[in-house]
Write a protein that binds this ligand. Sequence first.
Ligand SMILES: C[S@@+](CC[C@H](N)C(=O)[O-])C[C@H]1O[C@@H](n2cnc3c(N)ncnc32)[C@H](O)[C@@H]1O
Length: 230
Amino acid sequence: MSEEVRQMFAEIAPRYDIANSTLSLGTHRRWRKRAVRLSEAGNGMSVLDCATGTGDLAMEFKRAVGADGNVTGTDFCKEMMQTAPQKAAAAGLDIHYETADVTALRYPDNSFDITSISFGIRNVDDPSQALREMARTTRPGGKVVVIEFGQPQGLFGALYNLYSRYIIPTVGGALSGKKSAYSYLARTSAQFPAGEKFLALMRETKVFSSVSATPLTFGVAFTYIGIKKR
Ligand SMILES: C[S@@+](CC[C@H](N)C(=O)[O-])C[C@H]1O[C@@H](n2cnc3c(N)ncnc32)[C@H](O)[C@@H]1O
């Protein structure tokens, strides 16, 4: 499964950013800024952004930790990271990128103040293992930050469902040339154990002293934060 996922992202990589910005109407940028604020990332901290893709969350973290901090972006699909170094350099941000699978990170224990993953954990075969690996490489008292899609409820939820089922695959397919990747996005987002269910999964790992969820845009997405046990 993970090789199919990696291959799918390799194919859409060149058009990922344009599809992302069009389909979210730019909202993803606000979500990332909010998640970084919630993480309380500050000057001089070290951050590992997993499944970084084209590097937008890593860039947002770098803005928060400043020149004294350091940010590493990793992904198991090198094609997805291809444009990330140029994007960061163009924004005047010094970020290190390397290939890594979030379920088997090669960094020592307690290496980072914060580890993060945005819109990546939904694609991972074993999300609990990803959370455990992220927590292992985070220092005690540090934070694991996850942004992932949810399933909004009520009238807004019904409208969003229509958007997700019909518009996302059609527009995403037209922009990327790969409709199946955007049907996959809609399907996996609808099935993802969001909100309380994801908090339960985080608790089951037994690596966090506390976990929290903050809805973004009425629950279209959530930011989850787990504080690593001391
Ligand atoms: C939807 S993209 C999100 C990219 C980026 N984080 C963002 O917010 O735009 C999902 C990313 O997860 C990566 N990914 C999926 N499974 C992974 C794994 N096991 N280890 C590392 N990266 C993974 C994919 O290669 C892809 O770049």
